[in-house]
Design a protein around this ligand. Structure first.
Ligand SMILES: Nc1nc2c(c(=O)[nH]1)N[C@H]1C(S)=C(S)[C@@H](COP(=O)(O)O)O[C@H]1N2
Ligand SMILES: [Mo]
Length: 528
């Protein structure tokens, strides 16, 4: 049956073409990985393209990604990039069967995209960052050109440019296997090299002995931690602390070569500081609750740690900076990180006496890499995106009129004090607690204003006062609990808090954009 056999031939040809394309794509990534390992790990094509995608993602889509994928958003993005790449590679491979040069040229287009992304990164180290993408694309073009011409089974012609001398199936598969194995070797070598590059940073962190604070944190009152199973721990362990940032590869900064520059408007004495110089200053230790503006009502992006750091106001004063209320000309402090992130905080807030700091320690250890090692900024009372710069390397004094930092360019608010919020930790949504006494409990926060009251409402009943745990400081969250006599049926449990000024948490539901979600958290449960 000629129809069947020609279908079979076409199918086999297509499959070989697609395989050639996939191999070309895989080889490209592997060789690029090797080049990045030799030059600069952050210049790898998936990393730079991913970074460029993150920077160009509209705020609403980013918010959706954070909401839907949570802290897996970066993995999802990278897998997505790889899938798109694989699809295009397979198509290019099939195209190459007939149009060998077109296929190879298509591969080069990817090189251009990667190179452009690499050069556009804010932390780009120069033209060299384009090299991994370029070398990868050349590899892909070569593999495609070499394999495509041979991908056609023996006996068939491979189009206008083909030689007609395709390999046997075994021949093709052998070459394919050898290509795949060499690429895998290059990829592993690249990864190993990248890993080595981070070693200096890992060693610097392991060797860092944190000095004792000149001003230790006030002891957490015994009553701050309620004995309710399922309530968030008052102090969030580092491994459970939420992480939100744009870094696809966590920056591993070697503290030995790290510097912090302070400069800009009104800085009469611009200065650079080494980590040793910072550590030699009197350090403060404080419990501070950090919150992300992307946290939905009831969401997980909030946590409390015991931070050790250098008081920021004193450091700024030493450089000649005056707050606007004392006549200073700069009202915005822009913190810049090693990966090019910029966050802007009001100078007035930083210097108004609160415990704004350059943190070096988190819960008794040097900052974990993911949380900003060696130094990050913290300003109690402000959302993370306007204050908590991780991997900080520069502080520039400027004005809100003169400069919009990263998130503000993407439609988030210039100024973002944390909104009063409260969360029910237990019972969980759709729980089925037994009738009788059920403990409803959770946390409430209004950093730098404190929490004065928490109330709970069951269905449409009256607001009832919850029992407040001891308040540690104004800058930390506060636990609360309420004993509910649960009756059979479905019930909606709602919580609201009042801050230290007495203002009640607003019922108005807003989205996280532009300055943080508001509204009351409620949980629906069924009592069987
Ligand atoms: N360099 C850098 N610092 C950053 C960010 C970032 O993307 N890059 N994200 C900020 C945001 S939005 C928040 S909420 C906090 C989160 O800090 P964490 O990851 O330690 O919890 O870091 C802030 N600092
Ligand atoms: Mo955030």
């Amino acid at each position: 049956m000629p129809g069947v056999s020609s279908f079979r031939t076409t199918f086999l040809r297509t499959a070989r073409g697609a395989l050639a394309g996939l191999l070309a794509g895989f080889s490209a990534l592997a060789v690029a990985e090797l080049a990045a390992g030799l030059l600069r790990p952050a210049a790898g094509p998936v990393t730079v393209v991913g970074g460029a995608v993150i920077d160009r993602t509209p705020a609403a889509v980013k918010d959706f990604a954070i909401r839907t994928f949570g802290e897996d958003d970066k993995t999802v993005l990278q897998v997505g990039i790889l899938l798109v790449l694989a699809l295009f590679a397979a198509v290019l491979g099939v195209v190459s069967l007939r149009l060998r040069r077109t296929g190879a040229a298509g591969a080069l287009v990817f090189g251009v995209v990667g190179a452009a992304a690499a050069l556009s990164r804010p932390d780009s180290a120069g033209a060299g960052d384009a090299l991994p993408s370029v070398v990868g694309a050349l590899t892909a073009a070569a593999v495609l050109y070499g394999l495509a011409g041979k991908a056609a089974p023996v006996g068939s012609t491979s189009g206008g440019t083909g030689t007609g001398s395709g390999w046997s199936r075994r021949g093709f598969l052998t070459v394919a296997a050898v290509t795949a194995a060499s690429a895998a070797g290059a990829g592993v070598a690249g990864r190993t090299l990248s890993g080595r590059r981070g070693r200096g940073a890992v060693a610097s962190r392991a060797g860092l002995a944190l000095p004792a604070p000149a001003s230790p944190a006030p002891a957490v009152p015994a009553g701050a931690q309620l004995k309710v199973p399922e309530i968030s721990a008052f102090t969030t362990p580092n491994r459970d602390f939420y992480r939100v940032d744009t870094a696809l590869v966590v920056p591993k900064v070697d503290a030995g070569t790290w510097r912090l520059r302070i400069q800009g408007k009104g800085v009469t004495r611009p200065r650079g500081y080494t980590l040793a110089q910072l550590l030699a200053r009197p350090l403060i230790e404080r419990d501070i609750t950090l919150t992300c503006v992307s946290n939905e009502v009831g969401g997980p992006y909030v946590g409390t740690a015991r931070w050790l750091g250098v008081p920021l106001a004193g450091l700024l004063a030493e450089c000649g900076v005056q707050p606007p209320s004392k006549g200073g000309g700069a009202d915005q402090l822009v913190a810049r990180s090693v990966d090019g992130m910029t966050l802007g905080a009001p100078v007035e807030d930083v210097m108004d006496g609160r415990d704004a700091m350059l943190a070096v320690g988190m819960n008794g250890e040097p900052l974990p890499f993911a949380h900003g090692y060696p130094v990050r900024m913290l300003v109690p009372g402000l959302y993370g995106y306007v204050s908590a710069c991780k991997w900080i390397t520069e502080i520039e004094l400027t004005t809100f009129d003169a400069y919009d930092p990263y998130w503000v360019k993407r439609k988030w608010a210039r100024r973002a004090p944390i909104k009063t919020q409260s969360r029910i930790d237990t019972p969980k949504p759709f729980a089925r607690p037994a009738a009788g006494t059920v403990v409803i409990a959770g946390v409430a926060w209004a950093q730098h204003r404190g929490i004065s009251r928490v109330e709970v409402r069951v269905d449409d009943g009256p607001w009832q006062d919850a029992v407040l745990a001891a308040q540690s400081t104004l800058d930390t969250w506060r636990q609360w609990s309420y004993r509910w006599r649960a009756t059979p049926g479905g019930h909606t449990l709602t919580v609201r808090a009042s801050d230290g000024t007495g203002a009640v948490q607003t019922e108005d539901r807003t989205r996280t954009i532009p300055d943080g979600a508001s509204g009351w958290h409620s949980v629906f449960v069924t009592v069987p």
